[in-house]
Design a protein around this ligand. Structure first.
Ligand code: A2R
Length: 317
């Protein structure tokens, strides 16, 4: 199809921050003129596509005087100041729900890998130790554990559901008690003391910054397992490394880190960790669903000024 220069000139201007998939690119290119960060006219940009890691920094947001929508690829939006966006009349969107099951699977994958020492035993076989030394050392059973979930929202509830076949007893800590058949703790340290596994799945940002601190990790204890599939900022990483080194904390399964993609050598050197490169939602199926929602939000906004999945701060716009 030949698109006339006149039609191209009329297409609204979209600023792309970070990578997008080919399918997203194709759908967006049919409706927008797409600009990259190294060459764009700030006054022309009406829409932005970004991701949970890059977001939109405050200076950039302030410079985009005609911005209407920031469409984010991911459920977490702590890299965008959503309150400031709402104040400026900019709608921020994200991709809730479509990734619940995948991130929950990642949490289970990390928990089971810690309990059953999957990495150690894989290495035991590959290195020839099985043949040389005989059977691998025994591991711990992941059945019948008490699991504390920090943040029992959409994903937290999917994690609780997925734990049912392991006969887990579910505890949770949130700021407000939910109407759910699980045991509520208004104190995170008290919950950590009472559980075998602590799974973090709150949003990032100031209210959760380092709430999993040394005290919480010591309460979880030498036999305890910490799983983080939320944001690196939720856990005090230095304190975690010390606790894992000294044996005050037993194991950690981590998908997120304080300074991604940099991961401290100290953490990499620890044998009692399972580390993933932030792939909680990273399957082809789930990323396709997230990408579709990112584009649908932008296209719907072009059509009628609304969006499908605004973040709560922008829901009234
Ligand atoms: O505190 P509440 O009652 O608003 O419950 C929310 C909880 N939460 C917190 N819990 C303890 N201390 C806090 N400061 C705090 N802030 C929020 O986290 C709620 O139960 C949960 C968040 O649930 P949703 O909003 O449904 O988020 P979703 O889709 O489960 O995703 C959670 C996060 C994302 O923001 C990404 O950072 C990550 O998972 O992928």
């Amino acid at each position: 199809m030949v698109i006339s220069a006149r039609k191209l000139a009329k297409m609204p201007d979209l600023l792309q921050i970070g990578g997008i998939t080919d399918t997203m690119q194709e759908r967006l290119a049919a409706a927008f003129t797409i600009h990259q960060l190294d060459a764009f006219d700030a006054d022309k940009i009406t829409h932005v596509v970004t991701n949970g890691h890059d977001g939109v920094n405050p200076d950039l947001m302030a410079s985009l005087t005609n911005l209407k929508v920031i469409s984010g690829y991911g459920v977490g939006y702590d890299a965008v100041d959503a309150n400031e966006a709402a104040r400026r009349g900019i709608i921020v969107t994200h991709t809730p729900n479509v990734l619940n099951e995948e991130v929950a699977t990642t949490a289970l994958l990390l928990m089971l890998s810690c309990y059953r020492e999957v990495l150690r035993d894989d290495e035991y076989l590959r290195s020839g130790e099985w043949e040389a030394k005989g059977n691998a050392p025994l591991t711990r059973s992941a059945d019948n554990q008490t699991v504390g979930i920090l943040g029992l929202g959409r994903i937290g509830q999917a994690i609780a559901d997925k734990l049912a076949p392991w006969n887990a007893k579910i505890l949770y800590h949130t700021r407000t008690k939910k109407v759910l058949p699980y045991t509520y703790y208004d104190d995170l340290t008290a919950m950590a003391r009472d559980c075998d596994v602590l799974i973090c799945i709150t949003p990032g940002g100031p209210s959760t910054n380092k709430i999993v601190n040394a005290e919480v990790m010591e309460a979880l204890g030498p036999k305890g397992t910490l799983i983080n599939v939320s944001r690196g900022s939720v856990v005090d990483e230095m304190a975690m490394i010390e606790a894992l080194k000294s044996g005050k904390l037993g194991w950690a399964g981590l998908d997120v880190f304080e300074e991604e993609p940099k991961v401290s050598q100290a953490l990499r050197d620890l044998p009692n960790t399972v580390l993933l490169p932030h792939v909680g939602s990273g399957t082809m199926e789930t990323r396709a669903a997230m990408g579709a929602l990112v584009v649908d939000n932008l296209l719907q906004n072009l059509k009628d000024g609304t969006v499908i999945s605004p973040v709560p701060e922008c829901a009234g716009l």
